[in-house]
Ligand binder design. Structure first.
Ligand SMILES: NC(=O)c1ccc[n+]([C@@H]2O[C@H](COP(=O)([O-])OP(=O)(O)OC[C@H]3O[C@@H](n4cnc5c(N)ncnc54)[C@H](OP(=O)(O)O)[C@@H]3O)[C@@H](O)[C@H]2O)c1
Length: 284
């Protein structure tokens, strides 16, 4: 459990970094790691074991340039999409996959993995520009603008036989609507509930949960750090797809440590498109 930041503390954040000095047997100078370094150019860290010989400082065995990818498609964002879809969603070729916050970091990767695995992928996002990017650049089959479209009606048109997997990043009304469009044995993957994160009062519901019984469906949450011992599996697979040109890195890059306050703020305004990254110095 994190304690509150105090004035003068280093702002928290995860980065990809190079080991420049080490007194720990598991880490050698020159290795590339992903770690909670905070917003700073140099950090002194103590590795803490988390599971199965893994430390909270994750060693990157096959570094790929730019290294920022290891905080994106080849890091926690990619692992969230990968294990959410495959382990929790049991996605298979021919499925209809619906992804909310489709132009956010996790959604952008989840939809692309869905396409690689042979699903028909429908995104849900909040602006026409984001919808155009999701279909045009990321290759989703369709995208619904939840701010201007009638999501219920569009889902009826786009998946008349229902959805097999709903990858839920937002909760709230959109989750409720998707619960009305489940095919038999559908899987609802609860990844996040960003639409209710800052709500003054708890969202009532989901009111359509009784369809889980009618459609013999399953709704399950997951937490990506529970998969830390298997992150290498996601990284290997996604790297293979990325290097074959099948996955777009979907990075939205700011340059310079001084940009970090704006970078962070953009996550709360929804201005980011894909995985928000801030590069500090060179990323060779
Ligand atoms: N389970 C896990 O282990 C795990 C791991 C990582 C992340 N997560 C969760 O996954 C979710 C997505 O994370 P991310 O990193 O992809 O976030 P992100 O890049 O910040 O994208 C989030 C997007 O959500 C959309 N959004 C915001 N409010 C909304 C609302 N009221 N209704 C519908 N869409 C809304 C915004 O885009 P629009 O313009 O389209 O509205 C925003 O850009 C978050 O809930 C996060 O907490 C879970």
């Amino acid at each position: 459990m994190h304690t509150k930041l105090q004035v003068g503390d280093v702002m928290r954040g995860r980065s990809v970094a190079e080991v420049i000095a080490s007194r720990h047997d598991a880490f050698a100078v020159g290795e590339i790691v992903s770690a909670s370094t905070g917003w700073q150019e140099f950090a002194a860290l103590t590795p803490n074991p988390i599971a199965g010989g893994i430390f909270d400082i994750l060693k990157i065995h096959t570094p790929v340039k730019p290294y920022s990818l290891h905080n994106g498609i080849l890091g926690g964002t990619g692992a969230t999409a990968y294990f959410g879809l495959l382990d929790v969603g049991a996605l298979k070729a021919g499925d209809v996959l619906v992804v909310s916050a489709a132009a956010g970091g996790v959604g952008a990767v989840a939809g692309q993995i869905g396409k690689v695995l042979g699903a028909r992928v429908i995104g849900i996002a909040g602006t026409p520009e984001k919808c155009a990017w999701v279909t045009g650049t990321l290759g989703f089959d369709a995208c619904i603008n939840y701010r201007t479209d009638n999501v219920d009606q569009r889902l009826t048109e786009l998946c008349p036989d229902g959805l097999n997997v709903y990858f839920d990043n937002v909760g709230g009304e959109i989750l409720d609507t998707c619960l009305n469009h489940m095919a038999l044995n559908a899987r609802i993957v609860i990844c996040g509930f960003i639409s209710t994160d800052h709500a003054a009062t708890p969202h009532p519901g989901p009111k359509n949960y009784t369809n889980l019984l009618r459609r013999r469906a399953r709704m399950q949450g997951f937490f990506v750090f529970d998969y830390a011992p298997r992150w290498g599996e996601a990284e290997d697979k996604i790297r293979e797809w990325y290097q074959a040109g099948r996955i777009n890195p979907a990075e939205d890059v700011d340059q310079g440590l001084e940009k970090m306050p704006d970078t962070l703020q953009s996550l709360f305004t929804g201005a980011n498109r894909g995985i928000k990254v801030c590069r500090v110095g060179d990323d060779p």
